[in-house]
Ligand binder design. Structure first.
Ligand SMILES: Nc1ncnc2c1ncn2[C@@H]1O[C@H](COP(=O)(O)OP(=O)(O)OP(=O)(O)O)[C@@H](O)[C@H]1O
Length: 472
């Protein structure tokens, strides 16, 4: 089956050029998630489920890049590599976990990079962008290995704003409760604009609880196709419908004693909302075509960027399900309302990229810091992660300038530290002083902490403070 997907209009992440990407992957749900993410990033994307379909689409669609799974229903993706390479198409292969031989063979045959499954979508996007923009940058198995190691690092929840502190406190409390009793854990609803970190919070919550070694099952309700969603969630018995050749547990069952994360819950069709409510209330699930009910022990976390309350008033979301989900709510404010977190996050993503690609240490110039603080980040933390990672990858100098960030010009300065820079009429010196003062304020005059916020050494911090006559 060929599925054709048109290019996206929603572009929270700005890319230099629009490229065509062909995804060759037989796992339909995973493929949907990848396509959705790539479209969101502004790529034109098509999906083939087999070698046969891929060959057809190569001719019709003429992609710039192919994301190629190795194990396909009609053969090994590696068989297609020489054909694609001969057509000057960039290939990124996706290999099964631990299958290094496939990756090495693919690189030998001309693939530009490889990713090991399970694949982190943000990681995939970063690799695509890197390969899209810098053919001259060394693409080696070495950095891919480093990347793999880092991808498995524990989840980090960065931020010191009041909102983030409140989220952390709530998570600590839930983790304490989960350690105290085996009783059913309260449902958590995480709300906030796209890219604000709802997924990170869900993973952090799971990682903080006693059952962190149990599965974390992420269900993207928006990318589940309507015809598959019910059987994917609830599972099925053999023969329950035409293609049900075997009995299968659903995603709810797969979460076992771990966490079931229902992402974009606002997109769940109304009919299934009733079934989900039943699962939440009775903590039992029944596979399609089965008479037997099975208990559900998983903690349930839901997330949405929609206003579920308004949706329920308009009859588009069941109000009983809304109240059932809304036991503990964590509201993720947009990044523009978390000015205290902005520089912390920027430095975190800078360091993360340097570490991941074994790059030397960079610093942001004072005007770059001002630009980061001023920009409104419509795509929130996700947009920042991409902008900063790209700037670090592209910048050949030790200091990342405002220009390297490639952020749009900001017309006016918001309140807070940037306003101080405004007063200083945005001279380089004024901007630097404003950033130092802002970091010291955030760090409550702790010089070492302020230096860390700005990503500079304590000595450099002291030197710059002296230069501007700042004492604490
Ligand atoms: N507080 C944070 N600390 C570290 N990384 C973060 C934080 N918040 C977000 N990120 C990073 O930003 C990116 C987007 O975050 P995430 O996917 O959690 O957003 P989301 O709100 O779930 O978005 P969507 O609604 O589009 O699914 C991810 O790469 C994530 O790692």
């Amino acid at each position: 089956m060929l599925s054709q997907i048109s290019s996206s209009i929603d572009k929270p992440i700005r890319l230099v050029s629009k490229k065509k990407i062909l995804l060759v992957e037989d796992e339909v749900l995973f493929a949907r998630a990848v396509v959705k993410r790539l479209q969101k990033a502004g790529f034109e994307c098509e999906h083939a489920e087999s070698l046969h379909d891929a060959r057809l689409l190569i001719k019709q669609f003429e992609p710039d890049m192919v994301l190629l799974d190795m194990r396909l229903p009609d053969g090994n993706g590696i068989d297609l590599l020489p054909e694609f390479v001969a057509k000057n198409i960039n290939i990124i292969v996706m290999t099964a976990y631990g299958d290094v031989t496939d990756a090495v063979n693919a690189i030998k045959l001309g693939a530009i990079d490889y990713l090991k499954k399970p694949i982190d979508l943000e990681e995939l996007l970063l690799i695509i962008q890197k390969n899209e923009k810098t053919t001259e940058l060394q693409t080696s198995l070495d950095y891919s290995r480093q990347r793999d190691t880092l991808a498995n690092e524990s989840v980090q929840l960065i931020g010191e704003s009041a909102a983030m502190q409140s989220v952390r406190q709530q998570i600590t409390r839930i983790a304490q409760l989960s350690a105290l009793s085996d009783a059913v854990q309260p449902t958590v609803l995480i709300t906030g604009e796209t890219g604000t970190g709802k997924d990170v919070v869900a993973r952090y919550l799971h990682a903080s609880c006693v059952n962190h070694d149990k599965p974390f099952v992420h269900v993207d309700c928006a990318s589940l196709p309507a015809e598959l969603i019910e059987s994917e969630l609830f599972g099925n018995e053999k023969g329950a419908f035409t293609n049900a050749v075997a009995s299968r547990p659903g995603l709810i069952e797969s979460a076992e004693d771990g966490t079931l994360f229902l992402d974009e819950i606002g997109e769940l069709p109304l009919g299934l909302q009733a079934k989900l409510l039943n699962v939440l209330e009775r903590r039992m699930v029944r596979r399609l075509g089965s008479t037997k009910e099975r208990p559900v022990h998983a903690r349930i976390i839901a997330a949405t960027n929609r206003d579920l309350y308004q949706m329920s008033n308009e009859g588009r979301f069941r109000s009983d399900l809304y109240y059932r989900l809304n036991v503990i709510t964590m509201q993720m404010p947009p990044l523009r309302d978390r000015s205290q977190d902005v520089i912390l996050l920027a430095n975190y993503f800078r360091q993360m990229t340097e570490k991941r690609y074994a790059l030397p240490h960079h610093e942001f110039s004072p005007t770059a810091l001002i630009a980061i603080q001023q920009y409104r980040w419509p795509g929130n933390v996700r947009e920042m992660r991409h902008q900063i990672s790209r700037a670090v990858l592209m910048c050949t100098q030790p200091v990342i300038s405002e220009h390297d960030l490639g952020l749009p010009q900001v017309g006016h300065l918001p309140a807070g530290p940037a306003a101080a820079a405004n007063e200083a009429q945005l001279t380089l010196d004024g901007a630097e002083k404003a950033m130092l003062l802002s970091a010291l304020e955030q760090a409550r005059n702790n010089v070492s902490k302020a230096a860390r916020i700005l990503g500079i050494t304590r000595m450099t911090m002291r030197y710059r403070m002296d230069k501007h006559g700042i004492s604490v």
